[in-house]
Ligand binder design. Sequence first.
Ligand SMILES: NC(=O)C1=CN([C@@H]2O[C@H](COP(=O)(O)OP(=O)(O)OC[C@H]3O[C@@H](n4cnc5c(N)ncnc54)[C@H](OP(=O)(O)O)[C@@H]3O)[C@@H](O)[C@H]2O)C=CC1
Ligand SMILES: O=C(O)CCC(=O)C(=O)O
Length: 487
Amino acid sequence: MNATNDIPVYANYIGGAWVAAAGGATVPSVNPANRSVVGVVPASTRADLDRAVEAANEARRAWRKLTGAQRGTLLFKAADLMERRLDEIGETMTREMGKTFAEAKGETARGVAILRYYAGEGMRKTGDVIPATDAEALLYTTRAPLGVVGAITPWNFPVAIPIWKLAPALIYGNCVVWKPATDTAVTAAKVMECFHEAGFPAGTIQMVVGGGREIGQGMAEHPGIHGITFTGSNAVGKQVGAAAFARGAKYQLEMGGKNPIVVAADADLDLAVEATISGGLRSTGQKCTATSRVIVVKDAYDAFRAKLLDKIATLKVGDGMQPDTWLGPCANESQYDTVLSYIRQGVEEGAQLVFGGTKPTDEALKDGFYVTPAVFEGVTSRMKIAQEEIFGPVLALLRAESLEEAIELANDVDYGLSASLYTKNIGQALAFVQEIDAGLVRVNAETAGVELQAPFGGMKQSSSHSREQGQAAIEFYTSVKTVFLKP
Ligand SMILES: NC(=O)C1=CN([C@@H]2O[C@H](COP(=O)(O)OP(=O)(O)OC[C@H]3O[C@@H](n4cnc5c(N)ncnc54)[C@H](OP(=O)(O)O)[C@@H]3O)[C@@H](O)[C@H]2O)C=CC1
Ligand SMILES: O=C(O)CCC(=O)C(=O)O
């Protein structure tokens, strides 16, 4: 990192060294709370990507030859380094994408835990012994790394998502080329510094910062990259998947959600309100697992609505670095415009905006991408605000005649990432688990909140049907070899 006029300048990380983009171009990373510049980051080109892919391919044979335990030692070191820099990395995240400092520190701590989890995976079994038809033969499975993995990551979880891709890729013997979201490239550089200081061999992991079309698409098309893991929008994910498929590379896509919370007539309404607010509005609604549709069975509707509106009115919107802020700004201007445009569309479609959805009047917030949390009611399933991922602090209330109808409404979208039910009835809970189209089903818990040791991924259009995290990650980052061995 260098500094020009006190604004820090960051570089790519290729072949174990920090290097500026070959063309020298840079872009500012902007604080969404006030539009100040947090740092200047590279605007790389395909020449930079080629260098990174070459470095990874040069390193990969030596890296795969290490034992899992040796690779794990380095991941443990990176975890310790990141833990020591928790506050600094958390603050950078808040300044780059707006989530509150408490949430940002929590996410960084989660990154540390993920690193330690996968460091331990280096000591666990990677195959099975299977009875062979020949009594003298040994029939078993083992796993081979893919080679070079390309990771394309978004800005909404700038530490946790990259780490839940990088850590399993590395522990199972792959080298990595990582393209972080440009919006959070300063946070990414700090994560990368932890890997650098941990002493990973040169070429094991590279970070190339640049635009999605240039570097992201370039990675999907690059013959030197053997597997691509992506988290982001559906439109881009499908392009990435198509490009990888066209050249026979493995790919994994985690994309959007339109996640419902269903409130049954017998639900504990205080808990359901808390879960709706936390699941829907934390991180300013910018989680793929965020609650976006609130489907309430009619007998509970009025009481739930009243409690929800009371509670939402207490949430303080502001700069995520202020200790009393509950809801930070949208992460960038384009996201802000998208959210405001969905709020306008909701009104035009005939839903009633019963709370928020406006720019705050506080003079101190005038330069930031702030919007007050919005609640719509009278929403029907065909409306855009009930179908499309908004990725902002917008809740759509739908009223259902029965739990059966609530589940039908919950399933009436193209997505299937996460879903939650509030009920005290075990029978209803089991029926929900069985009927709901979602990769992550939560009963009496909010829609967001992923456990790092469990598989995570969606059904329908939310993913490429693969799973990340936990032991499930091994399925993407390795290929199974079936071995028949006879003396
Ligand atoms: N599932 C999730 O967790 C996320 C969902 N989203 C959804 O996507 C919407 C738009 O957000 P946005 O940031 O634009 O999401 P994108 O899908 O555009 O960005 C995600 C990542 O993909 C990169 N990228 C962008 N274009 C391409 C491309 N053509 N080929 C390969 N990679 C590319 C981005 O790079 P760069 O940023 O440098 O352009 C970033 O690293 C949000 O409103 C939300 O609905 C967004 C983020 C996360
Ligand atoms: O809910 C979470 O903790 C993770 C959400 C997530 O993966 C995402 O928003 O991309």
